[in-house]
Ligand binder design. Structure first.
Ligand SMILES: [Zn+2]
Length: 122
């Protein structure tokens, strides 16, 4: 029989070995890091969650990893994506320094102990 519905594939970013997966599970006593409920290792679908998401410069190290129910992780990912996109926008806005923006930046003069007007040249 052909399966009509495809499983949603996990994004493969640095495959985690089964050994490491199980280690992280045991290290965290099999408790979901998102809802704090114990996960049934065999009966429930679970994943290794990055507490600080990789998209927000979280590290792919064991202390940043913890098991989570698949469903809990789906919910977290939604929220994370909003944060990641927000961070991306903020970074983009901060790095674009047009000549007009540079001129508009106030400079503090320590001798005069005040901000100089943007247009004033020294
Ligand atoms: Zn959970």
């Amino acid at each position: 029989m052909i399966r009509a519905v495809a499983e949603p594939k996990a994004t493969p970013r640095g495959r985690m070995s089964e050994k490491r997966r199980q280690h992280i599970f045991t290290e965290n006593f099999g408790v979901c890091c998102l809802c704090n409920v114990k996960i049934d290792r065999r009966g429930e679908r679970w994943i290794v969650e990055h507490k600080i998401p990789l998209g927000l410069s979280g590290k792919d190290t064991n202390p940043n990893c913890a098991p989570a129910h698949y469903e809990c992780a789906q919910e977290k990912t939604k929220g994370d994506m909003q944060l990641i996109n927000k961070a991306k926008r903020a970074n983009a806005a901060a790095t674009v320094r047009t000549p007009e923006r540079k001129a508009a930046e106030k400079k503090y003069d320590w001798k005069l102990r005040r901000y100089l007007k943007p247009s004033v040249q020294i």
